[in-house]
Design a binder for this molecule. Structure first.
Ligand code: SF4
Length: 500
């Protein structure tokens, strides 16, 4: 917990004041002056921090149910610097980027849009995911409040939903957020559709014949889906109509590109900007195809963790001969409902737009793969998932390179990547694995390490492709994104050739 400081003033022999040191005082979460906030219906909610596409879709989706939401711009290097300037020392990188991004946005409202600090504090609220840690995630909200107070926005409200409670948050009259099932279902729909579009974008962009064609098509798809959210029309039909737009993007998919699984700490692996030095775009520019980490993985992990906790509670009750707790039955039902809803929505939407070869992560399988290396009881960050992803990638030949991105100062991800993964790579010597830190600064070092690992991955992709016999006649369908064969090859080009 941060502490504010007051200067100890002492007089010297001339009776003048000297500033000899600082005395720590207790941090107080409440604003110094009482603040009269605007009524709930005039309050503007700020949010952000997922992929650019998802933030935009969420904004539209929540507007459609009457929520006054504004998505913040993607955090950039300036956000990071502001986070460092106003935040506590020793925070992890995502804290600096996200906290600084909010400070930057509010300063912009004040300096460019002419709103006073008082108006901003009265009118705006920031919504973020919260949790009890065990890493720094448990302190994010305090960190936001501290930075905002020091930046001149004392009393600015931060509200959160527990990332591990999903649709079971509950809502009350006092709450600024209408955390109703409707709110969460709309939010999850926007997140899932964003995931699906992003996955398709990463599959297509490296093979496009006209630079920028995939991004243009994705933007058209986003507008179609946004319109469906606004008009409350059928989202599945909207996704179906996106097929034609994506099919018109001309691709040459028979280029043997290195496939790179990007994983690691949730935010660092997912963000698309300075937070990970634009890793995905860098990899594509270097001739690779990325497998991104969808938000779906984090959702499934949260549900899996809730289910595991419940099982442990029930086992304990049996061991200690406690009476049956009927609230457990309700929780079990809710977990089952959440799991089914997420999986069903993902499958329907993926089918509609034509994403056929993506499997929703099997959390049980991933837990079994990793449990001998990393305890399943250790939450925080991605828990055991980083280990599981690496093992799965080697065993199922999913990629030519696995990159684990971990923010500087991250506790769970550093422990996993630096410690446990060396044992994993020892047991799976064919793994091409790179654990790499993002510190906000030091891009040159980051890029050169990625390039070195990518060199080997490119060789593997080429060898895999050249070992196949290429048929004389290549059917046109091979170049269409809708053709997604399943086999044991890692590279997309090799997969296609092997399927013919
Ligand atoms: S997982 Fe790491 S980077 Fe993410 S909040 Fe926790 S300490 Fe910070």
């Amino acid at each position: 917990m941060s502490a504010s400081c007051s200067t100890v003033k002492m007089t010297d022999k001339n009776g003048d004041l000297n500033f000899l040191g600082q005395e720590a005082t207790q941090w107080r979460d409440i604003p110094k002056e009482p603040i009269e906030y605007v009524p709930k219906k005039e309050t503007i909610m700020l949010a952000g921090g997922l992929t650019i596409l998802q933030d935009k879709l969420i904004e539209t989706a929540l507007h459609s149910i009457g929520e006054n939401f504004v998505a913040l711009p993607n955090p950039d290097f300036e956000s990071f610097q502001k986070g460092k300037a106003f935040g506590n020392r020793g925070q992890c990188n995502p804290t600096y980027f996200t906290v600084g991004n909010l400070v930057k946005y509010l300063q912009n409202l004040r300096d460019e849009k002419g709103l006073s600090e008082k108006e901003i504090v009265q009118k705006y609220v920031y919504v973020t995911a919260g949790g009890c840690g065990p890493c720094r995630f448990g302190m994010y909200i305090t960190e936001y409040k501290k930075a905002l107070r020091d930046a001149g926005f004392d009393g600015f409200r931060i509200t959160s939903f527990e990332h591990d409670k999903g649709i079971f948050q509950g809502s009350d009259e006092e709450s600024l957020l209408n955390l109703s099932p409707k709110f969460f279902i709309t939010l999850v729909k926007a997140v899932i559709i964003g995931d699906i579009l992003n996955i398709l974008g990463y599959k297509m962009r490296p093979y496009e014949l006209e630079v920028g064609a995939t991004d243009k098509a994705m933007e058209v798809c986003r507008l179609i889906i946004s319109e469906a959210f606004k008009k409350k029309t059928n989202l599945t039909l909207a996704l179906w109509s996106c097929r034609k737009i994506l099919s018109e993007v001309k691709l040459n998919r028979l280029q043997p590109k290195a496939k790179v699984l990007v994983m690691g700490e949730f935010w660092a692996a997912m963000t698309e900007g300075d937070g990970n030095y634009n890793l995905h775009r860098f990899l594509e520019a270097e001739g690779a195809e990325c497998i991104p980490q969808p938000i779906l993985n984090r959702l499934m992990l949260s549900i899996w963790e809730a289910e595991r906790k419940l099982h442990k509670k029930e086992d304990l009750a049996v061991e200690t001969d406690k009476k049956i707790d009927f609230s457990n039955t309700k929780s079990r039902l809710m977990i089952k409902l959440a799991k089914t809803a997420v999986k069903t929505h993902f499958s329907i939407y993926a089918k509609a737009i034509g994403l056929h070869d993506y499997e929703i992560p099997n959390m049980e399988k991933l837990a079994i793969l990793s449990e001998q290396y990393y305890t399943l009881d250790c939450e925080g960050g991605e828990g055991h998932l980083e280990v599981a992803h690496l093992i799965e990638s080697v065993k199922d030949n999913l990629s030519h390179l696995t990159i684990s991105v971990k923010p500087f100062g991250c506790m769970p991800s550093s422990a996993v990547s630096d410690g446990v993964q060396s044992l994993v790579t020892n047991r799976f010597p064919s793994a091409n694995f790179l654990a790499i830190e993002t510190s906000g600064e030091g891009a040159a070092n980051f890029y050169s390490r990625v390039q070195m690992a990518l060199f080997k991955a490119k060789q593997s992709a080429k060898e895999e492709f050249e070992a196949l016999e290429i048929p004389e006649h290549i059917p046109e369908k091979v170049h269409n994104y809708l053709y997604q064969p399943h086999n044991d090859k890692a590279g997309s080009a090799a997969k296609l050739v092997a399927s013919l």
